[in-house]
Design a protein around this ligand. Structure first.
Ligand SMILES: CCC1=C(C)/C(=C/C2=NC(=C\c3[nH]c(/C=C4\NC(=O)[C@H](C)[C@H]4CC)c(C)c3CCC(=O)O)/C(CCC(=O)O)=C2C)NC1=O
Length: 169
């Protein structure tokens, strides 16, 4: 698992270089946004259950076939599994936000996920949609909490969507 600092140092060490102007700029922006990213993680932590619930309801309203007979989230067990997956995406997004690096998502969430989803018939398109809905809800709440520019919140959600959508079923 890497964060913005360890990954930067790692790549400069590989080249045997001191931290140059580009590196300093990258570090500066990481530390400048540090407080906002930590505050965002705080908002996600305290609102997590409500965020997942709200996103699930919105997703099932938008794609009602999912919870009808034959849908992948039909039955209580699968409905719960779907919301649990959404909760995983949210929790790991909050880690990636604090780390300022997407590596934790690759290692802990995305590795092997498409294969699992394919083998269980979990539809990727609606999952991606669910992650996007969750991103919008998180941004609204973070803005409401007084954090001025919530655009940094996009990165982890977009990263998961892009990776999942690469091969769709
Ligand atoms: C932390 C990393 C991590 C992830 C990401 C993860 C995902 C994950 N989701 C699963 C299942 C599942 N995932 C879903 C999700 C959905 N179905 C839909 O129709 C919706 C589109 C979507 C919710 C948005 C469902 C319904 C299942 C159960 C499928 C089944 O057992 O038939 C499974 C199979 C095993 C299980 O049921 O627990 C895994 C491994 N597990 C992990 O450890």
């Amino acid at each position: 698992m890497r964060d913005a600092v360890t990954s930067l140092i790692g790549s400069y060490d590989t080249k045997g270089k001191y931290l140059d102007r580009d590196a300093i700029d990258t570090l500066k922006s990481y530390f400048d946004t540090g407080m906002a990213r930590v505050q965002a993680a705080g908002v996600i932590n305290s609102d997590a259950a409500a965020i997942v619930k709200q996103a699930g309801l919105a997703l099932f309203e938008e794609v009602p076939e999912l919870i009808r007979p034959g849908g992948n989230a039909y039955t209580t067990r699968r409905y719960a599994a779907c919301l649990r997956d959404m909760d995983y995406y949210l929790r790991y997004a909050s880690y990636a936000l604090v780390a300022g690096n997407m590596n934790v998502l690759d290692e802990r969430v995305l590795q092997g996920l498409r294969e699992t989803y394919n083998s269980l018939g979990v539809p990727v398109g609606p999952t991606v949609r669910g992650i996007q809905i969750m991103k919008d809800i998180v941004k609204e709440r973070i803005t409401a909490a007084g954090i001025p520019d919530a655009s940094f919140v996009d990165a982890p959600f977009d990263h998961m969507c892009r990776d999942l959508a690469e091969i769709s079923i």
